[in-house]
Design a protein around this ligand. Structure first.
Ligand SMILES: [Zn+2]
Length: 218
């Protein structure tokens, strides 16, 4: 079964890590809009240059541009996981308008305290963007990416006050997105507390239940 999923949750909920695990084990493509944008900018593609113009002015990249970017990388026949999109109601509406169908939106529920403790241990590969955690998913060699050998770094905005502010903004915007998918019977919630492997099992259960539901309704 190739599913089309959206992972919703605050920064630090573990969406990226889990999406990577599903990509590895099920082959569903992990599409992080942040990573895709950085890739396009690096390649200096037409889309990347357009996006960079906005970012250089300190503006948000327009939703339409982000959706265009997603479409370039989407292969619905193989399944995918959207990570970091949609972030607000308008973006959810655009996905629907563009007929980018999704099976389920999975909401990662997690406490602010857990998020803060997780983010302070987070390290990111500066070459391929892979995410590690000093405790949960440590690299084999300290400070070095297992995948590509690139150096790992800690993001500036993984600091407590910044995290709390980001959470506030997130909660406000995501409420409408949750409502949007709930109304369409696509919203599932999971606890994102604990280790990545435990969270993986919870999501897997949601997916199995969904598969059975789908079979039963034909
Ligand atoms: Zn790497």
């Amino acid at each position: 079964m190739n599913l089309k999923l959206i992972f919703l949750g605050p920064p630090g909920a573990g969406k990226g890590t889990l999406a990577d695990m599903f990509e590895e084990r099920k082959g569903w493509k992990h599409l992080s809009t942040g990573d895709l944008l950085r890739e396009e900018i690096k390649k200096k593609s037409e889309l990347g240059l357009k996006a960079k113009e906005y970012m250089d002015k300190g503006l948000l990249v327009p939703d339409e541009l982000v959706v265009e970017l997603l479409k370039n990388h989407l292969d619905a026949s193989k399944g995918f996981i959207l990570d970091g999109f949609p972030r607000n109601l308008r973006q959810a509406q655009i996905l629907e308008e563009e007929r980018i169908e999704v099976d389920l939106a999975i909401n990662f529920k997690v406490s602010a305290e857990t998020i803060i403790s997780r983010l302070s241990g987070r390290r990111i590969c500066s070459r391929c963007g892979r995410i590690y955690h000093l405790i949960n998913i440590p690299p084999k060699k300290e400070g070095i990416c297992d995948e590509c050998g690139g150096p790992l770094y800690q993001r500036e905005d993984d600091k407590e006050e910044v995290i709390r502010k980001r959470l506030e903004v997130y909660e406000k915007e995501i409420a409408e997105v949750l409502k949007f998918y709930k109304e369409r019977n696509k919203l599932k919630e999971i606890s994102a507390e604990g280790q990545a492997e435990e969270i993986y099992k919870r999501i897997e259960k949601v997916i199995v239940d969904y598969g059975q539901e789908r079979e039963n309704t034909g």
